[in-house]
Design a protein around this ligand. Sequence first.
Ligand code: CA
Length: 660
Amino acid sequence: MNKVFTSLALLLSSCLCSFADDVVSSPDGRLKVSVEYDKGSLALAASYDGRPVLLPSALGLKTTFGSYGDKIKSEPVRRMSEVLNIDYKLDRIKQSAVKKSANFLSVSLETSDGRPFVLEVVAEDNALAFRYVLLKKGETVGIRVEEELTEFRFPDGTTTFLSPQSDPMIGWKRTKPSYEEEYSTDRPMNEKSQYGRGYVFPCLFKIPAADKQPNIWALLSETGVDSRYCASHISDFKDGAYRIAYPMPEENNGDGSAIPGIALPAATPWRTLAVGTSPAVVAEQTITWDVVKPLFETTKNYDYGCGTWSWILWQDNSINMKDSKTFVDLAQSMGYKFVLIDSFWDRNIGRDGMRELAAYAAERGVKLFVWYSSSGYWNDIVQSPTNIMDRAISRKAEMKWLNELGVAGIKVDFFGGDKQETMRLYEDILSDANDHGLMVVFHGATLPRGWERMYPNYVGSEAVLASENLIFNQHYCDDEARITTLHPFIRNAVGCMEFGGSFMNKRMNRGNDGGNYRRTTDVFELAQAVLFQNPIQFFALAPNNLTDAPKVCMDFLRAVPTTWDETRIIDGYPGKYIVLARRHADKWYVAAVNAEKTPLSLNLNLEDFFGAGATVSLYSDDPKSGDVSLVSQKLPTKKGKSLKVSLPTGGGLVIVGLQK
Ligand code: CA
């Protein structure tokens, strides 16, 4: 009966369609993406295991050259399908080599007045991506995209894991938006966002289980944004859908256009949706990098690893020669490659001093990362140096000098938002920096959108409520466990994340005797070093930790890798707990943390990683003292038998061992 009803409904719905839908399925057939041409307007729908993920959602753009998608002439003038062989190496994301196939569909369409455009869709086993390609017609080349019709309609009952877009030109020195708002979890779709400005990417959705089937999870984001477009976000939920939204006109202090200008023919960024039956599966996807290409090659051999930075615990006053040398010494004694010299170095160390500092560091096998403000004229930042990175003439001269000093890279902070003008600045900085052999870290910044693959000297971005907030406000210390369980599933799943954490201080100040209280255990902080991924990690260590932190912790932080060959999420729920495994060369690191109010009992079957009966190093919270405990642990010998562990609230676990 049910089946008859379904096929009747299908028949009925296909009669209403003006034309037949085009469907592209994932190689395993579980994800189906359909392009629909109902009544001359374009829509996209997706299902997984036959269950709806995206209900038919409008597609299209409104431009100064007319609209695309809402009035199409006919069914596609041409359809092209092919199998994509995705095969690349990338040493800066959660896995070092990606090899898979995907199905690709391109449908060539015409608007009712004859303007050609193409919709491109990629279907992988657990992800889809789509973009628009607008073709030339007549003399017109330069057009502006005024608005997108693109929407995302999730089934009723879907809950959300979202971070609001901020109002423009608010916050410290009028530097927002900068992707530094809190993520809420498991909220209904029809809530108003905090600022009424929608939400930033990435956006996680949970589509509730039907009957006894598993929930379906979907992670929505964007990739392939370069100087030729703005960065987008999604609107508040309205009329059953979220829509692609462009930057706010007030961003960047009102300078520059809020809408992108493109030259025909041109492609928009890809919008991506990772889909699967667990949050782990969607977090493991690489669609962000699968559909983009390197924008330039490099001849440089960029090197990654760990670093120290005085600013996080010692703050502005520490940017002087003496304290900076102390942190070079700390880097040396940790065996770290880098030290980050933060704002005001130009004033307090000076240019001659920086030459001396760089030489001092070089003698100790350490290289400098040097801080700059990106501004410029788009906020009130006085943290210097300012007015260097915002224009090519001063930027290139500065980079030449940095290169002569043997500096490894720059950290550029306080960008003006998501407008195309700002995307151009990011790209120009990356391009010029590569010419001078410099790596680049962005802070006060937008989400990277495929940049790890697009720009070979790109290292990572903040775009998160990062470790500085633990210094600023107790609330963020109280929330550290929760956010640590979120980011591997959401923010860090689509891009390198420069968090700057793993504190060994119990108190968040210079003397380890005042300021906010850390609420997590030492093992938790070790686990965070594995859970958070960035190819260069500036850990929040201070010289006192050489004597006041447990030796086993410091030894762990000396040896922990920052690049990974594989990442697997074993278990977890965003906001509650996570168990994740990353492999570097022949070693697996399994890291877990607990953000729940009660102890977390885990039965871990780790045979796939270490083999049954293997001996591993197990870092855990001693149940009696709460201190770190490191033991050599033999895993169960019997196949299928699991290791039982318990994690206290705010506690962690790390297991390190050789790959089986
Ligand atoms: Ca920041």
